[in-house]
Design a protein. Structure first.
Length: 314
């Protein structure tokens, strides 16, 4: 009986202490593992965040924490509110003095895009850093949730992550049965660069039924020659441009009249920003790419029908 009374008194004491000093959400330590496998724990939700890539900026807003972003780097142009934020340089050359003057409690870095020396310096100065670079659709949802956890915006962030998951699932089902089509995605014209299947752009192509002709290359963004493109002879060539508007990036291929993509008029432009960043706007990018490949299939089918008709008339 005495032991029960003592246990009751102990529990009552704990309850009284909790009521006198309640633990708020801001006092609970927040932890998340970044895309390098490093675990970061912060004592309270981040309130002064700096992002060191345009993608990281978008992801912070997607996580419901846009109002906590204090500064960004060049080309952080989405959402429009990001254009109002102070700039502290580019993703390859950060103004460290300006960054430190803002006294950030979290800096979101880009695994392969930021100079390691600058990231290491931030860590030496005691700044909490969180490295991101999702390589899968699931990784995009995950990083939104992890950023939301660090920022204390779980409600908004987890909802957006789920919206993205549902969107990807719906698009995957929608395009599951489309006819495969060999595709070359041109990342850059000079030097000529593409992506492999591990890159998110490669995964967008695959979802749309595109067979990446350079998908098996080892490098994420390999440099290639025009000769290997001619040898691969893709049925369609895509590249990114501002708002998906046609420009001169693909003009070089037009001189190769025998190239299938040229012969069948399958040179396409898609908006560069949504397809090049690991953010929820990949849903828009997928719709755009799938739409272009649908046109490519129609052009190929029309050419086949024309050939068959010509043979029948011989």
């Amino acid at each position: 009986m005495v032991s029960h009374w003592l246990n009751f008194r102990f529990a009552l004491g704990l309850l009284t202490a909790f009521l006198a000093h309640p633990i708020s959400a801001s006092e609970i330590q927040r932890c998340a593992v970044d895309d390098t496998g490093k675990k970061l724990c912060i004592a309270a939700p981040a309130q002064r965040v700096i992002t060191l890539s345009p993608g990281a900026t978008e992801l912070m807003f997607a996580a419901g924490a846009g109002d906590k972003v204090m500064a960004v780097v060049n080309y952080s142009d989405y959402p429009p509110a990001a254009l109002e934020l102070p700039l502290i340089g580019s993703h390859t050359r950060v103004d460290m003095e300006a960054l430190m003057a803002l006294n950030p409690d979290l800096v979101v870095t880009w695994v392969t895009g930021n100079p390691p020396a600058q990231v290491e310096l931030l860590q030496e100065l005691g700044v909490s850093t969180f490295a991101i670079e999702p390589r899968t659709f699931a990784g995009v949802s995950s990083v939104i949730e992890r950023l939301a956890t660090l920022a204390g915006t779980e409600s908004e962030g987890f909802d957006e992550a789920e919206r993205f998951r549902v969107g990807i699932a719906a698009l995957t089902q929608q395009y599951a049965g489309v006819e495969p089509i060999p595709v070359f995605y041109q990342v850059w014209e000079k030097p000529l660069m593409t992506v492999n299947n591990e890159h998110l752009i490669g995964k967008v192509l695959k979802l749309c039924g595109g067979v990446n002709v350079f998908g098996d290359m080892q490098r994420l963004i390999p440099r290639i020659s025009a000769e290997v493109v001619l040898q691969a002879d893709p049925d369609a060539i895509l590249t990114g441009s501002v708002d998906g508007v046609s420009d001169d990036q693909l003009d070089e291929w037009k001189k190769y009249a025998g190239l299938t993509a040229v012969e069948k008029n399958n040179l396409f432009f898609v908006p560069a920003s949504p397809i090049s960043r690991p953010t929820p706007r990949l849903l828009d990018a997928i719709q755009s790419v799938c739409g272009k490949l649908a046109i490519a299939r129609e052009n190929l089918a029309r050419a086949r029908d024309k050939l068959e008709s010509a043979r029948e008339n011989l």
